[in-house]
Design a protein around this ligand. Structure first.
Ligand code: ASP
Length: 283
């Protein structure tokens, strides 16, 4: 039996990790854990980048994206969800109960209805007020969670309301396997948060896992993925991408293009919010 671990993006991941921890520590599955972590952040109205409370698009509508993955054959995703608050839960149902990988827009909402989930209004009063005055936002804070359970099974999940004030219809990296999240049970998982447009042309999470498949440790794998982003784009001063990686043996790392990012880590006997192992720029 191995040690369980939770690796979740951003400081808000800490409370979510702690809520999901007792079940994982008691032998629960990593899939249940990533679903619970993401749902916990979805329900936190003070997080304006995920779930209920997320900032809307240009026209005032909140739309959510999410993905869950355990292997290339066990992956589910939803995007542009307007009436259901837990995209990772929906994505898991897509993975487990349909022959498909991804459902989008009204089809995803209809699937949520058919699963028996009660529809909700996703636009919280404070998010509406911020949209009305176009209050500036650090809009790129997706929750991504990589988890390993006592049975040694690796799972990943991510949930996002995407970019604040995005064009209606915009979908980012988070729900797309290989872009915002990728898991290979033999070699590891990786996930990305930040400006999805920087990630999507490079399949950054897939790239990081492929680096691990080739023998790189988690930090070297993330640095390769971030360096490829830096090389491919003319980065603006506020462009940010941060990534996390977890190997099947529990080794893990996080890295970011810029300062301002931190990871919530929880394992037996230790836990908390840690600075990234490397920051590519800003040093
Ligand atoms: N990566 C997400 C997206 O571009 C945003 C985020 O990380 O908050 O949709």
């Amino acid at each position: 039996m191995g040690e369980p671990i939770l690796l979740t993006t951003w400081p808000f991941g800490d409370a979510a990790n702690r809520a999901a921890w007792p079940a994982l520590e008691a032998g629960g599955s990593s899939l249940d854990a990533v679903e619970a972590v993401c749902a916990h952040v979805d329900d936190d109205e003070s997080v304006h980048t995920v779930g209920y409370g997320g900032l809307p698009d240009r026209d005032g509508a909140v739309s959510l994206d999410g993905c869950v993955m355990q292997s290339p054959a066990r992956v589910g995703s939803v995007c542009a969800v307007r009436r259901h608050a837990h995209p990772v839960t929906l994505a898991r149902r897509v993975m487990e109960e349909t022959p498909h990988v991804m459902l989008a827009g009204p089809g995803a909402d209809g699937f949520g209805d058919a699963c028996g989930f009660a529809p909700v209004e996703l636009l919280a009063p404070e998010a509406r007020a911020r949209w009305e005055r176009r209050a500036p936002s650090r809009s790129h804070d997706t929750v991504c969670c990589l988890a390993l359970d006592r049975a040694g099974v690796l799972s990943g999940g991510c949930s996002s309301s995407g970019a604040a004030y995005k064009l209606p219809g915009r979908v980012g990296d988070s729900p797309i396997p290989g872009h915002g999240l990728y898991v290979d049970p033999a070699h590891g998982g990786a996930a990305a948060t930040g400006n999805g447009e920087l990630v999507m042309g490079l399949c950054s999470s897939f790239l990081a896992v492929e680096e691990m498949r080739s023998g790189a440790n988690p930090l070297a794998a993330l640095l390769e993925a971030l360096e490829r982003i830096q090389a491919a784009h003319e980065l603006a001063e506020d462009d940010q991408v941060a990534m996390v990686a977890l190997a099947p043996d529990g080794r893990h790392a996080s890295a970011a293009l810029r300062k301002g990012y931190a990871t919530a880590v929880l394992r037996p006997g230790s836990g908390g919010v840690v600075e990234p192992d490397a920051i590519l720029l800003d040093e």
